[in-house]
Design a protein around this ligand. Sequence first.
Ligand SMILES: [Zn+2]
Length: 305
Amino acid sequence: MLVSSKKILDKANKGHYAVGAFNTNNLEITQAIIEAAIDLKAPVIIQTSEGAISYAGLEFLLAINKVASQAKVPVAIHLDHGKDLKLIKKCIDAGYTSVMYDGSSLPFAKNVSNTKKVVAWAHKKGVSVEAEIGALAGKEDFVSVSAKEASFTDPDQALDFVKKTKCDVLAIAIGTAHGALKFKGACHLDFKRLKQIKTKVKMPLVLHGASGVPGELVQMANKYGAKLGDTKGVPDSQIRQAILGGINKINTDTDLRIAFTAALRKTLKDNPAEFDPRKILGPAKELMKKVIMQRIRVFGAVNKG
Ligand SMILES: [Zn+2]
């Protein structure tokens, strides 16, 4: 059933587990997400970025996600990293049940005022708002540790931010990064900071850039011709520790992209005579589903739907 992400995440906050938020931009990915959630009786968040919307079209993407949300598990349809206020308003009016406003790169006061605007539009329609404070490292954005930590979420500023904006869910920066190469050395998330933030704000917290980037998927893709280069994700042990520290929504995009690519390359290589799109994309969907199920198990969300 279609619900707001606040409803799913407040429950996860009380129950000390995390809900998976998976990015989609086509039919097969949405099917993989919803089939995994149904099989595990888990709540799930189906999210689309602004890039996904420009690729597939808002109405088309929303239509397939709405069909998926008719399943017997709680499903939220969420806009990931909304930066364009007009598009955010459009998503709220079109039927998304959750939106993120990402003003994390703006000065604090501007992030506050824009987030407040989005909260006013969204709450009128029962739509939840995720906002972000602190900055994640980008793809090739490796800076010195001290400079990196300077962009991590400040606990006092986070409290001030949620009091001023009345957002429902907060994305924080504690050391993860977007993309397939998240760390040059070992992965060390700032759990001390996470605890300080959670103690102050108490609301559901979101971990972005949290894909595991499993070695066997990368090897499979590379074996069949991909050149994915250096990759490194967040190990499951760190994910579990982050959930213990108060993370309730975990975003995953990269792992699905790698699974899709690996399975697609294998299928095409192994079946050169095949030209039926269903036979070519089916295995890619199945592998993404397997990855999503593994993630949901690590998040502790099995049977919480
Ligand atoms: Zn993100």
